[in-house]
Design a protein around this ligand. Sequence first.
Ligand SMILES: [Fe+2]
Length: 401
Amino acid sequence: MPTYQSRGEVPRKRHIQFRDNGTLLTEEVMGLEGFTGNESILYHLISPCRVKELGEFEPIEREEWIPDAHAHRHFKTFGTEPEGDEVSGRKLLMWNNDVEISLVRPAESMDYFFRNGEGDEVYFVHEGSGTLHTTFGDVPYREGDYVVIPRGTTYQFEPSGPQRYLLFETPGLIEIPKRYRNEYGQLMEHAPFYHRDIHPPTELRTHRERGDFKLKIRVRDGYQDYVIDYHPFDVVGWDGYLYPWTFNINDFEPITGRIHMPPPSHQTFAGPNFVICSFCPRKLDFDPLAIPIPYHHSNLQSEEMIYYVDGQFSSRKGIEIGSVTLHPSGIPHGPQPGLAEKSLGATETHELAVMCDTFHPLRLSKLAQGLDDGQYAYSWYEEPGAEHTYDQDPAGATSHL
Ligand SMILES: [Fe+2]
């Protein structure tokens, strides 16, 4: 999506003969929004339609938890046990019709290839590194990367060491916010990242192996298995605007103001009816009378899910690395008692967090129920006359909320 790219060999023009050792290659136009959105054109050794065997279809089942009370929630996810692989190990935490948010801690390697046929994906790599092998070539990733995988991309993870991901899946498109781009698509000077921060596939490896390969595709709200008799990474060359890419959260240039900057200043990605934001270490508000942490606010039309990645979160009682807070719509939230006063004079924050704001309510899974601390909703309550008991380093203030 970010810019035009080309890997391997492509013919002089579209839709003309292109051969490999005399064999006419199969041209595939992989495009969005009919024939009007971004697209890439790939040249395959074998027709991508070719299937040897239709396997099982497994519907996705979501076990919903409907809490007894509407309240702010805190889920502790760090202790989630590794299970499955990057696809089978997805543990759904919350979702609506626009986005699904899952925890992934793979315990095993994928012995198959996967393609999401009905949605875009963003893996946030909290821990680990490795290579995402794809139809478009290798995509190396490391801790702090957002790995953006457009629908239709066939891939297989090759992780190096233990991995911990937060995964966003959407039936819509993951995009760079329009207000960051000019009419030609180039990122403008006020954008918090630039094209150099975006990493497309590196090396294209053309696989010519034949034999049985397992392919799993997410379609129609389930997983369809296929057996194909050729390696799916049989692309000789491709070009276009559609391909997987990475962006590291540490390359996000935070925007600081004299008084408090609102969450949209942290926006990294746009989806349909949701945004993904990056909260990075930064200088805090510098007006002499500034309150460097947020004002209370009522999310009348949105839900705020925050995943705490690193830093000091002592401003939020009980918050730890891997914590997820959910501030749902309809009720206000803000700093806990005493924190605004304590934050005065703080000049910087060391937090690192990923936030997803949705414009429609999020549903919670049974997994979320098991991880809910049950107490977070009361963290603003003090017995009448009690002193504020928070004893935190203002520099560690969670400054977005
Ligand atoms: Fe908020």
